[in-house]
Design a protein around this ligand. Structure first.
Ligand code: GAL
Length: 346
């Protein structure tokens, strides 16, 4: 097992950003302190090694990041109308997605430089990122301390532990926004033939702005039915209600929130790579990369629509305004502790 650390770049504010590279088992993982961002993951296959995480060829790209690999907070996904009330008091957030708040607002956790420390345990190597968010940050109440550790184990798993403490009641929803292409980010292939299985019988109905209506719909025998593995592209263009240029929906993960349980299995036939995901969270946002523009990725690669997919484990979007959803309010009497695992094979 090995950890290395180097300067990744310097922001216009003069703040230095570091890049950590961790090796364990057969995997190599890189993480940046800007946005606690997962910048690369090298995974073997029968045909050789590839980086399976979308990203940029240089530090400059990460300064204008479209959420590639970032840690999202205080509240991943959307909060309708950019506002919510707790105990009768209304809080107004920065609106950065039309009339709504997306991924914590404009200068949210993914734009901040986190402090970081690498550590080794007997089964893996990890980096623990920490961030303090002050009372009023993007409109959210209370002082919040977040800690997210990312690591690789000797058995080829990426393990992510999310923790937060907040001194008044506040919505919290942390996730990672990696875009995966199991064939390799530089393969030039899209993810439409990648086979996906989701451990979800239901998904959240959304309006045209992707705000949940509050209803959970059965996925069975609809384009959202991933009970048995199927290529992501198979039903992607079907005109199901709420099916907006592809998948961009939160699926309710079967089983009990708070318990680590499987949420997805992914198989990429051309490379033979498998990925299995586990989470403690109530949901997972499955996003099929619908809005990735034509752009240059890492060395020698070009991206476009459907070049990568995201599986963002999370509390349900807009939970602060949906009393029937599992509560995403944390505070003096409730610390935030969630876990995600991505296990690889080939
Ligand atoms: C996803 C979200 C999409 C899009 C994307 C970032 O988490 O579900 O609607 O906003 O982030 O481009």
């Amino acid at each position: 097992m090995k950890v290395s650390k180097k300067t990744f770049g310097v922001l216009s504010s003069g703040k230095k950003v570091h890049l950590y590279t961790l090796k364990a088992g057969d995997l190599k993982l890189s993480l940046s302190t800007l946005g606690a961002t997962w910048t690369s993951l090298i995974v073997p296959s029968a045909n050789g090694k590839d980086d399976i995480i979308l990203g940029y060829s240089s530090f400059h790209g990460y300064m204008h990041n479209r959420y590639f690999g970032v840690t999202v907070g205080r509240y991943a996904n959307r909060i309708g109308g950019g506002k919510f009330s707790i105990e009768g008091k209304e809080y107004n957030l920065t609106k950065n997605d039309g009339e709504n708040t997306l991924h914590g607002g404009r200068m949210s956790f993914c734009k901040k430089v986190w402090t970081a420390d690498a550590y080794e345990e007997k089964d893996g190597v990890f980096v623990r990122f920490e961030l303090k968010s002050n009372d009023g940050d993007e409109g959210f109440p209370g002082n919040l301390w977040a800690a997210v550790s990312y690591g690789i184990t000797k058995t080829n798993e990426i393990v992510i532990d999310y923790e937060a403490k907040v001194d008044v009641n506040c919505p919290v929803n942390l996730t990672n926004h990696a875009y995966f292409n199991l064939r390799g980010e530089g393969s030039g292939s899209d993810i439409l033939s990648t086979e996906l299985k989701l451990f979800s019988s239901a998904y959240l109905e959304v309006d045209e702005h992707l705000i949940p209506t509050g209803k959970l719909l059965s996925a069975e025998n609809t384009p959202f039915d991933f009970k048995s593995p199927k290529p992501i592209g198979k039903d992607l263009n079907s005109k199901a209600p709420g099916n907006i240029k592809g998948y961009d929906h939160c699926f309710a993960v079967n089983g009990e929130p708070g318990k680590l349980r499987p949420f997805a299995e992914v198989y990429e036939p051309a490379s033979g790579r498998y990925m299995k995901g586990f989470t403690t969270q109530p949901g997972v946002q499955f996003f099929s990369g619908n809005n990735i523009p034509q752009m240059q990725g890492k060395i020698g690669s070009n991206y476009g629509q459907y070049s990568g997919f995201c599986l963002e484990t999370q509390h349900f979007p807009d939970s602060p305004n949906k009393p029937n959803f599992p509560s995403s309010i944390f505070g003096p009497n409730r610390d935030y502790n969630e876990k995600a695992v991505f296990a690889f094979d080939w």
